[in-house]
Structure formats: structure tokens, C-alpha cells
Write a protein that binds this ligand. Structure first.
Ligand SMILES: C[S@@+](CC[C@H](N)C(=O)[O-])C[C@H]1O[C@@H](n2cnc3c(N)ncnc32)[C@H](O)[C@@H]1O
Length: 198
């Protein structure tokens, strides 16, 4: 845990630039690498958005020329006043929340940094993680517009292969990508799928 005690380069950079979490640079890297936000009028969904760095970064990037919905079981630590922004407090495992997100779609990009709270029990944590990732993927497939892209966080393990197989059947391309700004000791990685077949 020693590595977590001292603020690192990315944490300090995030603070300086007004973001509540260093995770913003992972999204910046993914969007740049895969060219995920190109045109004006982009409609985006941010799943597991709190404390709000990804949402804030997306809104800055869109500069009022797109629309963003964000969802989390926790409150955001930021309160963007952007009129092109809507925050929904709730769990994506809840059908009422999923239904509301479907109504606000379709989206050209769905990003998920969602991670379940951990218990320390490996089996329980693994099961929670799988349930959440499966829900993100199912929701993404329901709300994406044809041609759209999906980015989701997973924890490296047996699930990566199964998820990539499913994504490759629904998108023209899908692959794993670990941003440079991920902590090297972290097991997290991201799956990036582009060209949703609808
Ligand atoms: C690593 S944080 C996201 C950080 C965020 N991308 C940012 O840059 O500020 C993971 C988030 O996933 C959320 N989360 C976990 N389970 C969820 C669920 N079932 N529905 C919605 N959000 C969930 C957690 O509350 C937590 O805020």
C-alpha cells in the first residue's frame, strides 16, 4: 500500500487541473488512442461517474457541442452547471435506472469506470465485479447507436477473454487496453469496442 500514500505525478496533475480524481488521464489516453470523440453532437453516457473527473473532462472536451448523462450510486464531488449534462443517482443494476438511461439514449459513446466496493473476500469480490461488468455490457448494447463505441473497466482475470469474444461479435473491433496512467500494481484494465453493429 506504500505506493498509495504519496501523491504521484497524476494525482498532483489532476489537482492542479481541477479534477477530483487522477483517473481522468486514463480516459484522456483512451479517447486519444481510439479517436472516440470526433464530431459535434456526440451523446455520451458515463457509468460509475463519481467523484466526477471523467464527466468533467468530457464536458470540457465537448465545449457545449454534445450531451452527457452520468450515473453513480454515490453523489458527484463536482457539480457541473452545463445544461448539456444530466446526473442520475442510482445503481445500474436497478431496472428503473436502466430504463431512464435507455430513454435518454441512444448514445454514440458509453464509458464505464464502475467498480464495486470490495469486501476482501476474493470470491465475493470476483462475483460482484462480474455482475457489474456484465450489467455494463448489457446496458451498453441496449443504449448504443449503431457505429457507437463502448469503453469499460474490468479487473484482469478469466473474464477478459469471455467479454472480448462477446464484444467482437457485436462490434467491428474490440481489444484490451491498459493506459500508461494506470497504477502499475493495479489489476484494472479497459476493454475498448468500436463500431457497434446495432
Ligand atoms: C473508480 S470510481 C469512478 C471514478 C470516475 N471515473 C472519475 O473519474 O471520477 C468507480 C465508481 O463506480 C461506482 N459504482 C459501483 N457500482 C455501481 C453501480 N452498480 N451503479 C453505478 N455506479 C456504480 C462507484 O460508486 C464509484 O463511484
Amino acid at each position: 500500500m506504500a505506493g498509495y500514500e504519496k501523491p504521484d505525478f497524476w494525482t498532483l496533475k489532476a489537482k492542479k487541473e481541477g479534477y477530483p480524481a487522477r483517473s481522468v488521464y486514463k480516459l484522456e489516453e483512451i479517447v486519444a488512442k481510439f479517436g472516440l470523440i470526433k464530431s459535434t453532437g456526440t451523446r455520451i453516457l458515463d457509468i460509475g461517474a463519481a467523484p466526477g473527473s471523467w464527466s468533467l473532462w468530457i464536458l470540457r472536451k465537448l465545449q457545449g457541442r454534445g450531451w452527457l448523462a452520468a450515473v453513480d450510486i454515490q453523489d458527484l464531488g463536482v457539480s457541473p452547471k452545463d445544461e448539456n449534462f444530466r446526473f442520475i443517482k442510482g445503481s445500474i443494476l436497478d431496472e428503473a435506472v436502466r430504463s431512464e438511461l435507455r430513454t435518454l439514449g441512444p448514445y454514440s459513446l458509453v464509458v464505464s469506470d464502475a467498480a464495486p466496493s470490495t469486501t476482501g473476500n476474493r470470491l465475493v469480490d470476483q462475483a460482484r465485479s462480474e455482475e457489474l461488468v456484465d450489467s455494463v455490457m448489457t446496458l451498453g448494447l441496449e443504449v448504443l447507436a449503431p457505429g457507437g463505441s463502448l469503453v469499460m473497466k474490468i479487473f484482469q482475470g478469466g473474464e477478459e477473454k469471455r467479454l472480448l469474444t462477446e464484444l467482437r461479435s457485436r462490434f467491428t473491433q474490440a481489444r484490451g487496453f491498459k493506459p500508461e496512467s494506470c497504477r502499475s500494481i493495479s489489476f484494472e484494465t479497459y476493454l475498448v469496442a468500436t463500431g457497434f453493429k446495432g
